[in-house]
Every structure is written in C-alpha cells, then in structure tokens.
Ligand binder design. Structure first.
Ligand code: ATP
Length: 197
C-alpha cells in the first residue's frame, strides 16, 4: 500500500485539503486526532502522562490540552518524552488501520514529518502552504488565539521553503477552489505514478 504524507504549518489547511482527498475516495488518517483519542482512551498512556506531567495532565477526566501545550512549548526534552509515550502507540494503531484499507493509496496527515526526519515512512509527501497573514487570520478565528502566540508557533516550525524543497507535491491553499483543483491534479498524478510502477 502506498502511504502519502500530508503536512504543512499551522493554519495552512491540512485537514481542509485532506477532507477533499477523502471526498475523492482516498482513505485518510489524521495522526494528531488519533494521538488525542489514544491519550483519552488508553489507560497505559494516561498513567505515563500523569507520571510525566502530574495529575494536572487530565482535568475532569479529559485530557488537559492547554496545560500540556504550555508545558511542552518551551521544553524540547519534555516534548520528546511525551512523544516517546504516544508515537509508538499511534504507529501501531496506524499499521492496524492500514491493513484494513482497500485503495491504491492512503494519506496520513501529520504536522511533523521533516522536523523529526520521518520522510522514510512515506512514499510521497504533500505540503500544504498558505500566506502567513491568511494562516494567522484563520487560526485567530478558529481558536480565538492571539497573533503573537500563532507567530511564535510558526517560528517554531520548519519554514515553508524548507518543506517545499523536501516535498514531492505542494498545494497552495490561499483560496479553496484553487487548492481543490491542485489537489485533484496531485491525486491524478499519484495514481499515474502508482500505475506506472
Ligand atoms: P492546524 O495545523 O492548525 O490544526 P490545519 O493546517 O489542519 O491546521 P485547517 O484546520 O484545515 O488547517 O484550517 C484552519 C482553519 O482555516 C479552519 O477553520 C478552516 O476551516 C479554515 N480554512 C482552511 N482552508 C481554508 C480556505 N481555503 N479558505 C477559507 N478557510 C479555510
């Protein structure tokens, strides 16, 4: 099975573009969503996160996302420890999911691919980009976040130029219709490449 990675910075529209691929019949997997679901449901993960962050990791029996985000944002060591708890579980969940799919290819959305040198896990990589001011406005609207916070996140992520250089395909999502058109062409191109093999 061909696994295509889909990545992009905050507010670029990864999930929006992913949903378009889904409407074309491509099975899609959102690594962040699965990670969050596992953090809720897995007793082992819960126990390990409480050990790492303290009881505050969960609030009213739900994951305390704001607390965790504030803890890991400026602490790479802690982020790595958290990832070491969660990533292997998501990886095995993805493997099981992949076995059940019946398609020429699947897409896995992951915010972090290049940052952790995980390119080898994918046959092809798509990066979604959008202008920085548009991304900021989208996230302000979606999360009621501040411009300063979003800029700090953007500056913490790999630059679009680097991501583009390392990608097989790029989709520009400033305008949804244009992005959908590009995504359809990428879909056709991937199918062609698979059939040529
Ligand atoms: P993040 O990494 O921040 O979770 P993302 O890259 O997955 O974000 P989306 O969640 O798809 O991005 O999009 C961010 C917000 O911008 C959403 O509210 C979405 O509805 C909106 N959005 C995405 N693309 C467009 C577009 N082309 N036109 C208008 N709004 C858009």
């Amino acid at each position: 099975m061909i696994v295509v990675g889909l990545t992009g910075g905050i507010g670029s529209g990864k999930t929006t573009v992913l949903n378009y691929f889904k409407s074309l019949g491509v099975p899609v997997y959102i690594a962040d969503d699965e990670a969050k679901a596992l953090m809720h449901r897995s007793k082992v993960i819960r126990r390990k996160l409480i050990h790492l962050f303290g009881e505050e990791a969960y609030k009213d029996n739900a994951l305390n996302k704001a607390f965790l985000a504030s803890k890991i944002f400026n602490d790479k060591g802690l982020l790595e420890k958290m990832n070491a708890i969660i990533h292997p579980k998501v990886a095995s969940h993805f493997k099981r999911w992949l076995k059940k799919q019946d398609a020429l290819y699947v897409i896995k959305e992951a915010a972090i691919i290049f940052e952790n040198n995980l390119e080898h896990q994918y046959h092809y990589i798509i990066t979604v980009i959008a202008d920085e001011d548009i991304r900021i406005q989208r996230v302000i609207k979606r999360d009621q976040s501040s411009e300063k916070k979003i800029k700090a996140i953007i500056n913490n992520q790999l630059s679009d130029a680097e991501k583009i250089r390392k990608s097989d395909f790029v989709i520009v999502n400033n305008d949804l219709l244009v992005a959908k058109d590009q995504a359809r062409k990428v879909h056709e191109d991937i199918l062609k490449r698979i059939k040529r093999k």
